[in-house]
Design a protein around this ligand. Structure first.
Ligand code: FUC
Length: 769
């Protein structure tokens, strides 16, 4: 298989002050944005944004759960059941929403500013280039001055847990600059460390984190010293800055830890640490390779390619690049860390970011982890599972205090402190009891890919069980024995009743029942694997039968609410009632053809009314079309995502920048090539006409399989499946279906008709389906 050439983002200009042009780096915990400026003028001084995952502001700690919820939530429920919507919403607003409305924001750690010293660099430079290599995990810039070459490169090392930024020139003493850590607004003390370093330290609010960042320099040739709170370099030919950043979120003394981080690596040779970083990062990145046999446009700067696409050009290579960036971003924000990728991953330059850059869980956090197993980054799922697990104690308090129920529950937002109180974002989104259920179901989905029974028993089962326990207590049973969630919402949407009344709060919006059906069935499957059969599993078995079914409405659409009602915003960005199509699996061509057809109608109606207008919404659309087996529509919508919701650095634009769209669209590319949500491994289920030839290696499917595919003229020519556990695999491609029992380590090579083409499959028992 030929390797993709689309692994580099590059530009012929610095980013200036524009975050949307800067390039992201990270080792999971510690990262930053590289701007690549050179010069002296205030606005063009080099800026490097330093982010650390646990820099979250926090006011004085308080229990935000509304103390009057328990007394009132059943009244809210009764008001909804008797059609008194406005009264129910008013009561919910005051008795259920938290009194202290906001959760904590995620904040930047610091900015490292760097001015070239007077005489250090002329204003005019030539051959400027700035880029990010996704395969090596290194960003950099290069230019020439009077025939002398200059370069800067920067990476965040997982092994050393520091950022290295290295300046190099062929000019024997061409590097002179002074650098400082820009103070956080109204906070942070700055000063010197030893005779070659600087620091900044402080705390984020009354009960926030204590943080520190330390930078030290070493130079070849020239001199390094510190003056004021600046590192000063004079007349060097090579300089390495080592940047450490810590908080006390995980119990460290941040300043001491930063000093120790740098001390530990200070004597290491730069070439060696670079080599180790490249070896580490490229191993992760190269687990997957996608080649769409696109025209090679890698000589065109990335922003110009994006512009051309927004003017109607097709560029399959840019889609490869976007897909590769998604995998890069996940590996850069989710390894070796304690907190999952938030709304901006770990990359944020604002002290008051949109939606606090926290964890919105009525779609956004989940979307961040859609590619994790599909794209062979299963190790990046650990932080997601940990996070859900660590939210359980507060989730138990929410369940007890607000609803009087066992188990744990989460509403539609979390922050780094696992605050489960209801957020002040308004009634159309906040009284939604499903966050914990959806997150738990996604943990189960991770198990389906990796099939690690110890992980299931020890970590995932307790989460699922406790999430389900809440609903066993919480659901309302109607006289005819139907179980309803509520008060709840169909995330962020507004319905209109025949008499003209509008509302958000309701009983049993369709998404809730779909999530619960998925979670209850998964819990029963997990119980079977773990050989658990008790009162709890009996209760789940009984409950799943009583959930309201997904229904088709008068226009042939999936109903969003339990009864058909008008939609205040028919092009609404959320498409929650299609959860059963994706990421769920209750709507499939084979099992539920009527719902499958209705899902297509639902999407068409949303799009006709301007739906998919935020980046993440468009990315979800791509996944829906992939599940509808309509590759051409995935692609058309992908180009719209690139044209309307993608920033020059290829980060997703909600607006503003929000990383979920990057991850959602990355998953969609993989879903075009393999799907496994029905229990069958579907090969090339949604291949668009524009990708007649190509190959992909390393994608993963549920059941514990790794898949390589080559195709030509729109049809499979070769398929390789590696089994990472013993298991049965039913494979379907075009009109062929075969069934195999594979042993751990078995490698199966199949041809276009799914016939074996080498002896390598010998261990497997083969039977034509
Ligand atoms: C949901 C979305 C918004 C935004 C926010 C973070 O509330 O409806 O578009 O993505 O999350």
């Amino acid at each position: 298989m030929q390797k993709s050439v689309n692994n580099i983002l590059w530009y012929n200009e610095p980013a200036g002050r524009d975050f949307d042009k800067a390039l992201p780096l990270g080792n999971g915990r510690l990262g930053g944005m590289f701007y690549g400026n050179i010069g002296r003028a205030k606005f063009f001084a080099e800026k490097f944004l330093i982010n650390e995952e646990s820099v979250w502001f926090r006011n004085a700690t308080e229990d935000r759960h509304n103390p009057d919820a328990l007394e009132n939530f059943t009244t809210v429920r009764e008001l909804l059941l008797s059609g008194r919507i406005a009264e129910a919403e008013d009561l919910a607003n005051i008795s259920m929403s938290s009194a202290a409305r906001e959760q904590s924001p995620y904040q930047p750690l610091a900015e490292l500013h760097l001015n070239w010293s007077a005489g250090g660099l002329p204003d005019e430079v030539a051959d400027y280039r700035r880029g990010l290599n996704l395969e090596t995990g290194i960003a950099g810039s290069s230019w020439t001055v009077d025939g002398e070459a200059y370069s800067v490169e920067v990476f965040s090392s997982l092994e050393d847990d520091v950022i290295y930024k290295r300046f190099y020139t062929t000019h024997p003493n061409g590097i002179s600059f002074y650098a400082n850590l820009a103070r956080r607004p109204f906070q942070g003390r700055v000063g010197k460390v030893g005779d070659d370093g600087i620091y900044m330290k402080g705390a984020t609010g009354p009960d926030g984190v204590a943080y520190a960042t330390v930078v030290r320099a070493k130079a070849i040739g020239g001199k390094v010293h510190n003056t004021g709170a600046h590192i000063v370099v004079e007349g060097a030919s090579e300089v390495v800055l080592i940047i450490a950043g810590r908080t006390d979120y995980r119990g460290d003394h941040p300043f001491e830890a930063c000093v120790a981080d740098i001390e530990r690596v200070f004597k290491k040779d730069y070439a060696g640490v670079r080599l180790a970083h490249v070896a580490d990062f490229s191993t992760i990145f190269n687990r997957v390779d996608l080649n769409l046999h696109a025209e090679d446009k890698s000589a065109v700067p990335t922003d110009q390619r994006l512009l051309a696409v927004s003017q109607g050009e097709r560029d399959s290579g840019l889609i490869e690049l976007y897909f590769n960036l998604g995998r890069y971003l996940l590996a850069s924000s989710s390894r070796n860390c304690l907190l999952p990728a938030n709304l901006q991953g770990i990359w944020n330059d604002s002290y008051t970011p949109s939606w606090e850059s926290k964890y919105t869980i009525n779609i956004n956090l989940q979307m961040n982890y859609w590619p994790v197993d599909l794209c062979n980054l299963s190790d990046c799922a650990d932080v997601f599972i940990d996070f859900v697990d660590r939210a359980r104690p507060n989730g138990r308090v929410a369940a007890q205090k607000m609803y009087g129920c066992r188990g744990f529950m989460i509403h539609h937002n979390l922050d780094a402190f696992h605050d489960t109180g209801i957020c002040g974002e308004g009634i159309s989104n906040n009284v939604w009891p499903m966050g914990g259920a959806w997150l738990s179901l996604q943990c189960w989905d991770h198990f389906l890919y990796i099939q690690d029974r110890v992980l299931l028993r020890e970590r995932i089962w307790p989460i699922m069980k406790e999430a389900v326990e809440f609903f066993i207590d919480y659901l309302y049973e109607t006289e005819d024995g139907t179980l309803l969630s509520g008060p709840s919402v169909s995330p962020e949407n507004i319905y209109m009743l025949p008499r003209g009344e509008r509302g958000s709060l309701c009983m049993a919006p369709v998404m809730d029942s779909q999530i619960l059906r998925g979670l209850f069935n998964a819990t029963l499957d997990a119980a079977e694997i773990l050989e658990i059969s008790d009162e709890f599993s009996d209760a789940v078995r009984a409950a799943v039968e009583k959930l309201p079914p997904t229904q088709v409405g008068s226009a042939g659409q999936i109903l969003e609410w339990r009864e058909e009602c008008g939609e205040a915003e028919p092009g609404h960005r959320h498409m929650s009632h299609l959860f059963g199509l994706h990421p769920g699996n209750e709507i499939t061509a084979e099992e539920t053809p009527d719902l499958f057809a209705a899902a297509a109608v639902t999407i068409r109606r949303r799009l006709e009314h301007g739906g998919g207008h935020t980046g993440w919404s468009k990315a979800w659309m791509l996944n829906f079309y992939a599940r509808l087996l309509d590759g051409n529509s995935v692609l058309d919508n992908f180009y719209e995502l690139l044209a309307h919701s993608t920033l020059p650095n290829l980060l997703d634009n909600c607006p503003p920048f929000q990383i979920d769209g990057n991850f959602g669209a990355t998953a969609a590319v993989a879903e075009m090539l393999i799907q496994s949500h029905t229990g069958v491994l579907d090969i090339l289920p949604a291949l668009p006409d524009e990708w007649p030839d190509g190959s992909v290696s390393g994608l993963r499917a549920r059941g514990g399989f790794e898949v390589n595919i080559e195709w030509k003229a729109g049809a499979l020519i070769r398929l390789t499946i590696k089994a990472s556990v013993n298991g049965r695999c039913t494979i379907r491609c075009a009109d062929h279906t075969v069934d195999h029992v594979l042993e751990l380590g078995a490698v199966l090579h199949l041809d276009a008709d799914l016939n074996p083409i080498s002896d390598a499959f010998a261990k497997s028992k083969f039977k034509r389906g």
